[in-house]
Design a protein around this ligand. Structure first.
Ligand code: AMP
Length: 237
């Protein structure tokens, strides 16, 4: 019989104390299944193909290893070293907020860029120096074409919600962005579903020895997290 080690505490995943303290401040006590599997693999610099939906805790699963690997390296703080691509403005904002929370005890700069709003504050942030950038594909390409963003220093690349990206017609944008990434990098690829076209796309991004992690929807939340649903009227929300 194989034995399975269940990692119940963040410290057992190899996460550094300043990040653990930030997770405690968020009220996180137990890693979710995707965190328990992906964090040690990503900290060890593996590429990852993750089948997991929003709500599984995948944002922490991909951003904690990036924050930790960056904080333990000597680096130029002004260049973009991690790029997280996600399909919508809402997801981009959520991811950047999570990164702010998880890195609250660490000196790391991060920013979010998306379309439909003035580019000026985003360009100002880039000029001040951004290390972890969360972006939607259209605005990212636009700012790259205007010369405000270079991807030449990227060490960590996350493609989030790949199936949604393709459904929204972003395939050409994604290919253009991937073509500008350095070959030497760590890539983390997440999709809720893995039809053939998504697997094919992942093969163009990941190194051949990537680790595959699948979280079934019923496994999505940590066993110890109690969930409840309340119906409230709009005014009481
Ligand atoms: P995500 O799938 O990354 O969008 O996360 C879904 C929700 O779960 C967010 O509200 C997170 O703040 C929360 N969350 C993520 N990981 C944990 C954890 N280990 N314990 C408690 N809540 C978590």
């Amino acid at each position: 019989m194989p034995t399975f080690v269940v990692l119940e505490h963040f410290i057992e995943l190899g996460i550094a104390q300043p990040i653990i303290d930030a997770l405690s401040a968020q009220g996180y006590t137990t890693p979710t299944p995707i965190q328990a599997q992906a964090i040690p693999a990503a900290l060890a610099h593996n590429d990852i193909l993750g089948t997991a939906q929003t709500g599984t805790g995948k944002t922490a699963a991909f951003s904690i290893p990036i924050i930790q690997n960056l904080m333990s390296s000597t680096r130029d703080r002004r260049t973009i070293k991690a790029l997280i691509l996600t399909p919508t403005r809402e997801l981009a904002l959520q991811i950047d907020e999570s990164i702010a929370a998880y890195s609250s005890n660490v000196k790391i700069s991060h920013a979010v860029i998306f379309g439909g709003v003035s580019q000026n504050p985003q360009v100002d942030a880039i000029k001040r120096g951004v290390e972890i950038m969360t972006a939607t594909p259209g605005r990212l390409l636009d700012l790259m074409q205007q010369g405000f963003i270079s991807l030449k220093d990227i060490e960590y690349f996350v493609l989030d919600e790949a199936d949604q990206m393709l459904d929204m017609g972003f395939v050409h944008d994604i290919k253009k962005i991937i073509a500008k990434l350095p070959q030497k990098r760590q890539s983390l690829f997440f999709s809720a579903t893995m039809p053939e076209n998504i697997v094919a796309l992942s093969k163009t991004i990941l190194k051949s020895d990537y680790k595959s992690i699948t979280i079934r929807p019923e496994q999505a939340t940590a066993d110890k997290v109690e969930q409840s649903l309340y119906f409230v009227s709009k005014k009481d929300k």
